[in-house]
Write a protein that binds this ligand. Structure first.
Ligand code: CDP
Length: 787
C-alpha cells in the first residue's frame, strides 16, 4: 500500500473523516453554557433601553427589590462606584457596561437583576422604572457628520464631533499621477449594509466566584478564552491563575463571540458580590439588537484604466458606521482592519485609501462576521468595481480580470497597499470556474433568452484574502502578540491528547487537528483526543476567528507533532540499537536505513518513553509549540453565479453557483466543502434577502427571525464545488485558511449576476440586499438603488 493510502486509512491529511464531535451533537449530548447547572446558581436578566438616544433622568429600582426571589439589582451608578461602569474595547475605545449618563443605542444595557430563577429576574426588570429625556437620533454617517449634529460620545474628552477615527494608507501622489494619465476613470458608490452574525446559540455566561479558594471560574460563550482571561485580570484586577475561563461547546460564533459584552462583566461582578454562581443567557432579540454587528460601510471607489483594460490605479474612500462604541474586535494596528487587502489578486501599480469611522446611535458594529476584519467589505467593493470597470470599458468581465491578475510567476507579490502575497494560480482557478459554468455557452443562451424577453445574467467574483493573523510583528490584541499554540501528550500506549489555543465553534477542530497529528506521527486519528477552550488546561492562544485556526493553531499542531517525533526518533534509535543518523521515518514507523524490515512503530516508541528510555533521557513523550506565522496565508476563491431576473416582479433566482476554492492542502476535504457551502449560503442570504436595518428613531428592524432571514435548505441554491491546490509556501503542511472565503467572495458574484442581467437599463448599482422591490425599481425607473 502507498503512504498516501495508508494515511487515508488512519484518518490523516486528505481523509474525509466524519466529524467526531457530531457523535455528541446529533445525540443531543452537546454541552453548551445553558446546559450547565451549578449548585446554588442564580439567574441574571438585563434591562435594555427601548430608545436609541436619550439622557437618563432617573432609575427607580425600589419595586424590583421587593419582588420575592430577587437577590441583587445592579445599575450604572452601582457599577460606577466600583469603577466598572465603563470598560475598554478591543479597539482602544470605551464602552458602557451599564448606562450612567445617556443611552446611546436601542438595546443598550441599563440595569440588571439577579434572582432565583430567570422568570423572576425578568419580571423584576419590568418593575424598574427608568425616565428618559429623548435626544435627536443619528442612524447613518451622513447624519453623524452633518453640521450641528449632536455629539453622541460626549462622555469622552476631546471628542468634539462624531468622528471615531480617520486613517489613510497608500501612495496619494502616485495615485493622483496615475489617474491623470488614465484613458478612463470608472467610479462607483456602494453601501455594504449592516448584517448580524446571528449564531444559533446566543451569548451567555455562568460566573462562579468561590470565596474559599478566591478562584473565579467563568463558563462563557467566547471564541477567545485566553484573551477574556487577560481582560478579566486587567479589569477586575484578579490574578490570572485565579481565573479560569471555560468555553464549552459553542453553537456558532462567526465573530459575534469575540467581543467582551456587558452581560459577561455583570455576571462576574454579581457572582463576586453574592458569592453564588450567576448565569446569564441572552435571548435572541437581545443578541440581534445589542451584540457585535458586521459591515455597515459606504464606499466611494475609482479605478484609473487604460483602454486596453489595464488597471493603473485604485482610489477608495470609506465611511464606516461603528455604532455608539468603537468596539471592533480586530487585532490589526490599522483603523479600518484589513480593508486595504483589497485588489491583492490584481497587479495594480499604485493605490490610495482614506477611511473615516463614525459614531451613530446603533449597537457597536464592525465585528469580523465570518471575515478577517473588513476583508468582506474590501472584496465586495473590489469585485463590484471590477465588474463596473469592465462594463465601462465594454470588455468581457472574465477577460478584464485575466488581464489584471497577478501571474503565477510573479510571486511573492507586493500588493499596492503593502501586503505580501506568496502563492496562487488565479488564472487556473478562473479557467476551472468558466469551464464548469460553461461560460461561452451561457453568453449565447443569455443573448437568445433576451430576444424572448428573459433576463439572464452571469456574475463573477475572484479574490485572494489574507487569513491567519498574526504574525506577531503586525497583529496584537491589547498588546498581546498574535500567535497560537498546541500541546501534545502521547500516552504510554500510543494514544494521545492534543490541546490548542484555538476554539472551535462548529468548524470541526476535534476532527481535523487529529488528522494533522496522524499525518505527522502516524498515530490513527481515532486514537487522538482534541480539547480546546479551557484556560486551565489549554496552552495560551488567541482563539478562533478570521479563519486563523488552520494557518496558526493548525501549524502549531504540525510543529508540536514534529517535536514529539524528534524525541521518538531518539527512542527508536535506542530500541533499534543504531545511531539516530541511521534511521529513516515512514508514516508511523522508524526503520534502519540499511535494513528496512528492522523497525519500531510510534506506539512502541511511546511505550519506551515511559518504560525503557535511554540513560539520561527525561521520561515521557510530550511537548508544546507556540507558532508565530511568518506571513498570512492567501487562499483564492473564484465564484460564478448565473441568475434569471423576472422583469415583471424583480424576483431573481439563482440558476447555478460554481465555486472554485484554492485553500492549499486540504486537511479534510469534506469539512472544507461544508465550510464553503455554509459560507456561500451566508453570502446568498446577504445578497438576496437578509436585512437588519434601523428606522429614523434608531429602532432595530430585524430583531427577530420573522424579520431577519436565516436561509434554510428551502431558500438555499445548490452549489457546484471545484478545487485547485497551491500549497502555502510557509505553512508546515501547506494549508491555507478557508472558513470565511465563500462568505467574503460570494456576495459580489450574486450581485454582479443580477446587475449583468439588467445591464441594458444602464443601472450600475443596487445595494444589498437585492430585494425584489429594489430590483424592480432599478428595472422600471432605470436608476441606481441605494440601501
Ligand atoms: O479558524 P476557523 O476554524 O474558523 O477556519 P479555518 O482554519 O479555515 O478552518 C475551518 C475548518 O476547515 C477546520 O476544521 C479546518 O481544519 C478545516 N480546513 C481544512 O480541512 N483544510 C484547510 N486547508 C483549511 C481548513
Amino acid at each position: 500500500m502507498t503512504q498516501a493510502k495508508d494515511e487515508i486509512k488512519i484518518g490523516g491529511l486528505g481523509a474525509s473523516r466524519k466529524r467526531v464531535e457530531d457523535n455528541r451533537f446529533i445525540r443531543g449530548k452537546g454541552r453548551y453554557v445553558d446546559d450547565i447547572v451549578l449548585p446554588g446558581m442564580l439567574h441574571m436578566e438585563i434591562l435594555r433601553s427601548p430608545v436609541a438616544h436619550a439622557r437618563i433622568t432617573s432609575i427607580d429600582t425600589s419595586k424590583a427589590w421587593t419582588i420575592p426571589g430577587v437577590r441583587l439589582v445592579l445599575t450604572g451608578e452601582m457599577m460606577a462606584a466600583r469603577n466598572l461602569a465603563w470598560m475598554p474595547t478591543l479597539s482602544y475605545d470605551t464602552q458602557a457596561v451599564l448606562a450612567t449618563d445617556k443611552v446611546r443605542f436601542q438595546g443598550q444595557e441599563v440595569a440588571c437583576v439577579i434572582a432565583d430563577d430567570p422568570y423572576i429576574a425578568k419580571d423584576a426588570c419590568e418593575a424598574i422604572v427608568v425616565e428618559y429625556e429623548p435626544l435627536p437620533v443619528i442612524v447613518n454617517p451622513t447624519q453623524a457628520l452633518a453640521d450641528g449634529a449632536p455629539v453622541i460620545r460626549d462622555d469622552k474628552e476631546n471628542q468634539p464631533d462624531n468622528v471615531a477615527f480617520t486613517w489613510e494608507v497608500g501612495d496619494r501622489q502616485g495615485t493622483d499621477d496615475a489617474f491623470a494619465k488614465a484613458d478612463l476613470v470608472s467610479k462607483l458608490d456602494l453601501h455594504y449594509p449592516r448584517s448580524h452574525p446571528s449564531p444559533l446559540e446566543c451569548c451567555g455566561s455562568i460566573a462562579d466566584f468561590d470565596r474559599s479558594t478566591s478562584k473565579l471560574t467563568v463558563y462563557m460563550t467566547t471564541q477567545a478564552p485566553h484573551i477574556i482571561r487577560a481582560a478579566v485580570a486587567l479589569v477586575a484586577e484578579l490574578p490570572e491563575h485565579m481565573i479560569r475561563i471555560i468555553s464549552p461547546d459553542l453553537g456558532g460564533g462567526f465573530g459575534n463571540k469575540v467581543p467582551v459584552y456587558p452581560g459577561y462583566v455583570m455576571s462576574i461582578l454579581a457572582s463576586i458580590l453574592l458569592e453564588r454562581p450567576v448565569k446569564w443567557i441572552e435571548d435572541k432579540s437581545g443578541n440581534l439588537i445589542s451584540t457585535g454587528f458586521g459591515r455597515d460601510v459606504y464606499l466611494h471607489g475609482e479605478l484609473a484604466l487604460r483602454k486596453d483594460g489595464k488597471i493603473l490605479a485604485v482610489r477608495m474612500h470609506t465611511d464606516s458606521d461603528h455604532g455608539a462604541f468603537f468596539a471592533d474586535a480586530q487585532p490589526s494596528k490599522f483603523k479600518i482592519g484589513l480593508m486595504h487587502s483589497t485588489f491583492a489578486c490584481y497587479d495594480v501599480p499604485t493605490a490610495h485609501l482614506t477611511a473615516r469611522g463614525v459614531y451613530t446611535n446603533k449597537a457597536p458594529g464592525g465585528v469580523a462576521y465570518r471575515c478577517s476584519f473588513r476583508v468582506t467589505e474590501a472584496m465586495y467593493f473590489q469585485e463590484r468595481m471590477v465588474q463596473a470597470a469592465a462594463d465601462d470599458l465594454g470588455m468581457d468581465q472574465a477577460e478584464f480580470r485575466r488581464r489584471n491578475f497577478v501571474r503565477d510567476d510573479d510571486f511573492p507579490h507586493r500588493t499596492p497597499f503593502g501586503f505580501l502575497t506568496d502563492s496562487g494560480q488565479y488564472n487556473k482557478c478562473l479557467d476551472v470556474g468558466l469551464e464548469a459554468i460553461g461560460y461561452a455557452d451561457f453568453l449565447t443562451e443569455k443573448a437568445e433568452a433576451k430576444k424572448r424577453g428573459r433576463l439572464l445574467g452571469i456574475g463573477i467574483s475572484t479574490m485572494t484574502e489574507p487569513l491567519g493573523a498574526g504574525n506577531s510583528r503586525e497583529y496584537d490584541i491589547l498588546g498581546i502578540k498574535m500567535f497560537d499554540s498546541a500541546e501534545l501528550r502521547v500516552h504510554m500506549t500510543g494514544k494521545a491528547i492534543l490541546r490548542t489555543g484555538a476554539k472551535s465553534q462548529g468548524q470541526g477542530h476535534e476532527t481535523t487537528w487529529a488528522q494533522i497529528v496522524a499525518h505527522e506521527l502516524g498515530i490513527p486519528a481515532d486514537d487522538i483526543t482534541v480539547e480546546e477552550g479551557d484556560t486551565d488546561t489549554a496552552p495560551f492562544g488567541m482563539g478562533t476567528y478570521a479563519s486563523r485556526s488552520t494557518p496558526v493553531a493548525g501549524a502549531a499542531v504540525a510543529m508540536v507533532s514534529r517535536k514529539v517525533r524528534a524525541k521518538a526518533r531518539k527512542l527508536a534509535a535506542h530500541l533499534l540499537e543504531v545511531s539516530e543518523e541511521d534511521i529513516e521515518w515512514e508514516l508511523g514507523r522508524f526503520y534502519v536505513r540499511s535494513a528496512p524490515a528492522h523497525g519500531v512503530t510510534i506506539q512502541e516508541c511511546a511505550m519506551a518513553a515511559y518504560s525503557n528510555m535511554p540513560d539520561g533521557m527525561e521520561p515521557g513523550l510530550e511537548n508544546v509549540s507556540y507558532y508565530d506565522p511568518p506571513n498570512l496565508t492567501w487562499p483564492f476563491g473564484c465564484y460564478i453565479a448565473t441568475v434569471e431576473v423576472d422583469p415583471q416582479t424583480g424576483v431573481w433566482d439563482v440558476l447555478r453557483m460554481v465555486a472554485v476554492d484554492d485553500c492549499g492542502v486540504r486537511i479534510n476535504p469534506m469539512i472544507v466543502e461544508g465550510q464553503i457551502m455554509g459560507g456561500l449560503t451566508e453570502a446568498y442570504a446577504m445578497a438576496s434577502n437578509q436585512f437588519i436595518t434601523f428606522d429614523a428613531q434608531g429602532n432595530c428592524v430585524g430583531s427577530n427571525y420573522m424579520d431577519y432571514m436565516l436561509p434554510t435548505a428551502w431558500e438555499t441554491p445548490g452549489y457546484e464545488l471545484h478545487e485547485v491546490v497551491t500549497p502555502s509556501p510557509h505553512h508546515p503542511i501547506g494549508a491555507k485558511g478557508v472558513g470565511e472565503c465563500a462568505t467574503v467572495g460570494g456576495p459580489a458574484a450574486f450581485v454582479n449576476a443580477v446587475l449583468d442581467a439588467i445591464r441594458d437599463t444602464g443601472v450600475r448599482n443596487i445595494d444589498m440586499p437585492l430585494l425584489p422591490d429594489r430590483v424592480y425599481e432599478a428595472l422600471t425607473k432605470r436608476h441606481d438603488v441605494s440601501g
